[in-house]
Design a protein around this ligand. Sequence first.
Ligand code: NAD
Ligand code: UDP
Length: 329
Amino acid sequence: MSKRVLITGAAGFLGSHLCDRFIAEGYKVVAMDNLITGDLKNIEHLFGKDNFTFYHHDVTTFVHVPGRLDYILHFASPASPIDYLKIPIQTLKVGSLGTHNLLGLAKEKNARILIASTSEVYGDPLVHPQSEDYYGNVNTIGPRGVYDEAKRFQESITMAYHRFHGLETRIARIFNTYGPRMRLNDGRVIPAFIGQALRGEDLTVFGDGTQTRSFCFVDDQVEGLYRLLLSDYSLPVNIGNPDEISILDFAEEIIKLTGTDQKIVFKPLPKDDPLQRQPDISRAQEILGWEPKIDRATGMAKTYDYFKNLSPEELLKSEHKDFSKHIRK
Ligand code: NAD
Ligand code: UDP
């Protein structure tokens, strides 16, 4: 009998790719999302399949799923700095209350749960590259604290359910991941730069651009997450691509990739923006036999193709998503 998996945040970037992967592997997929930052268009190709069900639901309220569940992947959460700065309370709630609800559901169903943690648990790291035994450097009361601390709490409560209730848990510390279906106006650097290039605008580099990131293509990320879920390892595992680049060099790569002659303009560095980030993936290599296979040139070409083919109306929508209808006053 095929296994049944619940994926929260299913209408988002990573959640929708996970839905595709689990459907392709022959699972029954129960998808859940409140559509606050996600979009049904990311999963509309799955509607109508026998092994796919969608619940429009906010996981910060009690989560009920009828029937058996073998696995839960908890991916619901705003993920871009601009999103979580605009909806800070929702971000705190989905990482804390939402995670608590899903752990309770996992316990009730005797299901294994994987939670989407993040490199942001390392904050603005003082250790480089970041390995899982680094405790991080987070400003609890800064603007990014709503995301970072929610994710740190998420890890703590997950380990508590593991230790206290014997629940089977997995923790993925996901580093910057990109690919088709990112929201063009979510403010993250890749859709921001590509959108700017396609609209003929200048590329906005924050700070002096010497801060670094290490970008992982979504197919590699999904493979790492899939292996982690099926492993027997319950401590956190970094999943990301160690190929590190400065944001200024990356802006220049985008100008070459898009064949445009945009200028680079410098804007203030957002508060607590990490100055360096690179995953140490030795644990994933050792435990999961996993490492990324897709280099940045290949992954970015696929990503650019996706954005290039968006409708002109979507491309012109550079303003940030309006969250007002999702927010209770
Ligand atoms: P995304 O914004 O595209 O997807 C998040 C999804 O969660 C959206 O569809 C949104 O509508 C949904 N959601 C948010 N709050 C919800 C709630 N209360 N109830 C139900 N659904 C809710 O972001 P993403 O990049 O796909 O990120 C997915 C997960 O992976 C997040 O938990 C994020 O923290 C984590 N992550 C992502 C990255 C990355 O680089 N993409 C890096 C680190 C961690
Ligand atoms: N960034 C930038 N210009 C933009 C958007 C982002 O220079 O228009 C920078 C941002 O300051 C950060 C890096 O790009 O240093 C990655 O930002 P992103 O929002 O993608 O994610 P983060 O890794 O900070 O969570």
